[in-house]
Write a protein that binds this ligand. Structure first.
Ligand code: ADP
Length: 252
């Protein structure tokens, strides 16, 4: 029996006027896999994540998620389907404590809202959300910091809290934009272990990352971009040894 890919990109384009940031990208994310997307600066990696998460919609081609056409779906609709992402820059709310920041991720948009940040919850839902947020914090090893303000914590902790917020709802697919940027070696190892354990739980992940050692070590599958196009796609060692990938990084 063959299983359908969880996400299918077919000729995806994101053009900004004359700038072809993503220019005909085709690949699939297999269910339960950890896929790395690599490429030099400006090759279109973040724009691709933005298109897949509905933030900067594709201007051409097709994106399918769980068999549905999500090419022009909003971030809200994609969240309801079970897609989560993290951003390159930290986006925690400084006025909320760590637990409340993580709990925000538990509201997939399925609930009823009084306002943007005030989901109308029953007490049972509130208790469940709190338990889920504590479990997500435990998973990233930071449950002891639940009542701290995120801005009082080191940068590496803040990044882990963002990952906790993204995984608290146990999404079908998680898109990570340079999750280990600016982290120490030990923190990078912790993130790598976390992504491996999420994969063991069946979570499909796509990781945009500059740390080529890390992606080669933990990913099942790599896609290399250059000038908005796929230049190699396959198992990590083959992709990293591909001559066009070496040339894109090092020059001819
Ligand atoms: P990467 O993440 O691989 O560094 P990006 O996706 O950020 O690459 O950018 C790809 C290309 O698209 C770059 O040339 C960048 O300048 C351009 N680009 C990205 N966003 C915009 C935008 N909103 N308007 C115009 N050009 C953009």
């Amino acid at each position: 029996m063959t299983t359908e890919p969880l996400v299918r990109l077919d000729g995806v384009m994101v053009h900004f006027g004359g700038v072809k940031a993503v220019d005909g990208v085709t690949f699939t994310l297999e269910r339960g896999s950890l896929c790395g997307v690599v490429g030099p600066n400006g090759s279109g990696k973040t724009t691709l994540i933005n298109a897949m998460s509905g933030i900067s919609p594709a201007t051409g081609g097709r994106i399918e998620f769980l068999g549905s056409d999500t090419t022009r779906s909003s971030p809200f609709a994609l969240a309801r389907l079970g897609l989560r992402r993290t951003f390159q820059s930290i986006r925690l709310l400084p006025e909320l404590d760590v637990l409340a920041n993580v709990a925000l991720g538990a509201d997939s948009g399925g609930g009823q809202y009084d306002g943007l940040l005030r989901p109308r919850r029953s007490r049972t839902n509130e208790r469940r959300t709190r338990e889920q947020a504590l479990a997500a914090l435990d998973r990233v090893g930071l449950v002891h910091l639940a009542r701290h303000r995120p801005t009082d914590l080191p940068y590496g902790h803040q990044r882990m809290i963002e990952i906790a917020r993204a995984v608290v709802s146990e999404p079908e697919v998680l898109l990570l934009d340079e999750p280990v940027a600016g982290m120490s070696g030990e923190e990078r190892r912790q993130v790598a272990d976390l992504l491996i354990s999420l994969r063991a739980d069946g979570m499909t992940q796509m990781l945009v990352e500059h740390d080529l050692g890390l992606v080669t070590r933990i990913c099942d599958h790599l896609v290399a971009l250059d000038h908005g196009q796929v230049i190699a796609d396959g198992d990590p060692l083959t992709v990293m040894n591909d001559s066009s990938v070496r040339e894109a990084y090092l020059g001819p």
